[in-house]
Design a protein around this ligand. Structure first.
Ligand code: AMP
Length: 553
């Protein structure tokens, strides 16, 4: 099906729209690695990638990518194969991803926080020939985890490992693969701009993350359009402190946006605001992307520190979850730079507030589409467009937006004429700017990481101490939302928060999805139609949190 869609016209947009996108120049014939690694003129001699104590110029990065591609080919990686990449922010990640693309193989970018519960369906769907992982990640034995996954999914032939390889276990040394500094001929297959260059993962609204195929031409468009809205230039220095395996820091515009413009990409560690600020000073960072939760942490750390000189910072982009107006204003004041709201999704629709928008627009809206080709509709429950100012679900179609997931799963996420249903409730201002007011989908947004409520409920109900469960967002000062579970005790007794967390971990659920609070109730409230009344539960937990804050502010 995907091959058919590719043959018909790239993004699956159909021949008419595809021809239109190409004739207007929204889809250019560039291949992604060539777009990103253009070393013409002075660009090749300037620093392009910084991380883990390594500095690579454009020429060195290009050579490392070719060297890595040649080694991958020698070890049997073939064009058309998929490789799951679950690495932290380090140069090896960038080199490997671009090398796979150069080879015509397809990286599947998976955030390092995902565990077996999320990854097993992804593996079954894309059947990767290899997985790239670090030996360890904080206290998590990532290599052992990958070995266990490989045992259960024998189509994974090899493990590419960073951080110390034991040759006796037959793993491939990613650090060595990515260290090559000489250009080498690449035995890749023929590639077309309409081919899938890589896969991102959806944040999963109903359960497992879904692979999102991104063609060279559609993803190239997204990078170029978002980089232009971010005013990236050859003098820009982009700092990635969100995981680069997620689209925001990767290509929206992320590190690839910086590289496309001949700028420099700096890789920082997530969860270390003080370290990030030291990097801003050292590398003279101009652009950085944060979630609102991380932005709040930055504000706290910044207020307590007198140190680093952050005067190089020009733009702080904030997205992934709704940024409240107060935090937006505080950020602008504290960091003395422009704030840019980013409301987007890995499926490809990107809305940015513009850098020359008046403060009121920047602080209180989530911006408007960056692509001139994006068509958006705000519709009611029956799919009928609503007037500006009225709330409805946002639908989108355009040169950067996908029209199908890999394998054509979840066709319900698309309308018959190719619009993607975002599942977000918004209203549009007459200026075209969107304000995100809620969501149709039942997802908890924990500091930008999405947790499908249904997935959690189905798992926790397997615990003998739980008869019924409902997961709802609980207001949190820094993260915005965390998970609260309302549970009805099972026949065989009850379960504490600790027991539930341990049980879910043992089920292989990603740690960020674990509940922070459990409320035991005799029965879950129901709506008139017999559904769990989540609205009531959301109100209930918000009231409880508010009451607690009053007691201990
Ligand atoms: P992801 O694909 O993981 O980037 O998640 C996309 C989803 O995150 C969107 O559909 C929204 O629900 C949410 N989201 C992203 N940016 C914002 C924002 N600026 N404001 C509110 N929600 C957002």
């Amino acid at each position: 099906m995907r091959q058919l869609a590719d043959a018909l016209g790239g993004n699956g947009a159909g021949p008419r729209l595809s021809a239109d996108y190409r004739s207007r120049g929204w889809w250019s014939p560039d291949l992604l690695d060539e777009l990103v690694l253009d070393t013409r003129g002075h660009r090749g001699r300037r620093a392009a990638l910084v991380g883990d104590g390594r500095v690579l110029t454009g020429f060195e990065l290009d050579a490392a990518v070719s060297g890595c591609a040649a080694r991958l080919a020698r070890c049997g990686t073939r064009p058309g194969e998929n490789v799951l990449v679950q690495l932290p922010n380090q140069p090896q990640l960038v080199i490997l991803v671009l090398a796979l693309i150069r080879l015509g193989a397809r990286p599947v970018l998976a955030p390092p926080t995902l565990r077996e519960h999320e990854l097993a369906p992804v593996l079954s769907s894309v059947r990767p020939a290899a997985m790239a992982v670090p030996v360890r990640q904080a206290r998590f034995d990532h290599l052992r985890f990958a070995e266990e996954l490989r045992e259960r999914h024998p189509f994974v032939r090899s493990l590419l490992v960073s951080g110390g390889v034991d040759p006796a276990r037959g793993h491939l040394d990613l650090d060595e693969f990515a260290a090559a500094e000489e250009a080498a001929p690449v035995a890749g297959g023929p590639r077309r701009p309409s081919d899938t260059a890589l896969f991102l993962l959806s944040s999963g609204t109903t359960g497992a993350p879904k692979p999102i195929p991104r063609t060279h031409e559609a993803f190239g468009h997204v990078i170029r359009a978002s980089a232009a809205a971010s005013a990236l230039t050859p003098d820009s220095v982009y700092l990635a402190v969100l995981p680069v395996t997620h689209s925001f820091a990767f290509g929206h515009p992320g590190i690839l946006g910086a590289l496309v413009h001949g700028g420099k990409a700096v890789l920082g560690a997530p969860g270390d605001p003080a370290g990030a600020m030291a990097l801003i000073e050292r590398e003279r960072v101009t652009h950085c992307a944060l979630t609102p939760a991380v932005a709040r942490q930055w504000l706290t750390v910044h207020a307590a520190s007198h140190g680093p000189d952050l005067s190089s910072l020009e733009v702080l982009q904030v997205g992934g979850a709704r940024l409240d107006e107060q935090t937006a204003r505080q950020l602008g004041d504290a960091f003395g730079c422009r704030i840019q709201q980013v409301y987007g999704m890995s499926e490809g629709l990107l809305n940015f507030s513009r850098l020359d928008d008046p403060p009121e627009v920047v602080f209180s809206t989530q911006g408007r589409p960056v692509s001139p080709g994006d068509e958006t509709l705000v519709v009611d429950g029956r799919g009928r467009p609503v007037a500006d100012g009225e709330t409805g679900e946002l639908l989108a179609r355009g040169p950067g937006v996908i029209t199908a997931y890999h394998g054509d799963t979840d066709t319900a996420s698309f309308t018959s004429d190719g619009f993607y249903r975002t599942g977000d409730l918004v209203h549009r201002r007459p200026s075209g700017d969107f304000v995100v007011v809620g969501r149709v989908k039942d997802v908890i947004n924990r500091g930008g990481e999405k947790i499908p409520a249904g997935e959690l409920e189905a798992l926790v109900q397997r615990h003998p101490g739980v008869r019924a469960a409902a997961a709802v967002p609980m207001p949190h000062r820094v993260l915005g939302e965390t998970v609260c579970l309302y549970v009805v005790d099972g026949e065989e007794g009850s379960a504490t928060l600790r027991e539930i967390r341990r049980f879910l971990e043992d089920c292989g659920l990603a740690p960020f999805k674990l509940p922070e609070s459990v409320v035991r109730v005799p029965a879950l409230p129901l709506t008139g139609t017999g559904k769990i009344d989540k609205k009531r539960l959301r109100e209930d937990i918000a009231n409880r949190v508010e009451a607690e804050r009053e007691v201990s502010p």
